[in-house]
Design a protein around this ligand. Sequence first.
Ligand code: PGA
Length: 249
Amino acid sequence: MRKNIVAGNWKMNNDLSQTETLLTSLKKQKQTSNAEVMVAPTFTNLWHAFEALRESNVEVVAQNMHFAENGAYTGEISASMLKSVGVQTVILGHSERRAYFNETDELLAKKVDAALTNSMRIIFCFGEELADRKGNNHENVVASQIKNALFHLDAAAFKNIVLAYEPVWAIGTGETASPEQAQDMHAFIRKTLADKYGNDVAQSVSILYGGSVKPANAKEIFSKPDVDGGLIGGAALKAEDFYAIVNAF
Ligand code: PGA
């Protein structure tokens, strides 16, 4: 059966000493839920975080990676480099990567393949912009993001894929999708998966919601049947808030 997951995306925040402070306070938190917990520090702090959280049940994941194994790609990081510092899971397709670094569905399909070839797990992000939602085109946008980057895969690949629906208008804005909007979209995503891969695959994939999740709204969002957890930005930078969300299940 699918798992509940709460993943903290630290984005481009926290230098080494700030990372140490956050890791120290994360280790002091008590988990009372059954959720899988992940944090995604910047590349420069991955190894440090992996070492610090080695004895904990918090998994350290990466925010991005390149599709190539190695070579002349200045400034980029490969799957095998991530694995060599203990990282087994990578976030791909975050809307900030799509918007500011021109990541297209086609590029993301290559990154997905590279991660799976390296036996990594993927948190695959997608979501519509405000204009899509206002134009009632949000389901089409989300379906095409999923199909273009993932539907060349076989069913077995979905054992290593977690989906994260993040409406762009809700990221970092303080405006959250209502629990009903999240549920409706998650049910639509699951149906899209079921139509292609069958119900067993659709029911086994965890679908996270992301976009201004906070301690105050997490419980209601997570109570929806097709919401299996959250990808948390701003609120993941404070250990107490992050664990209030982890424990909202
Ligand atoms: P937010 O970010 O929680 O700050 O809205 C979510 C995300 O970008 O994953």
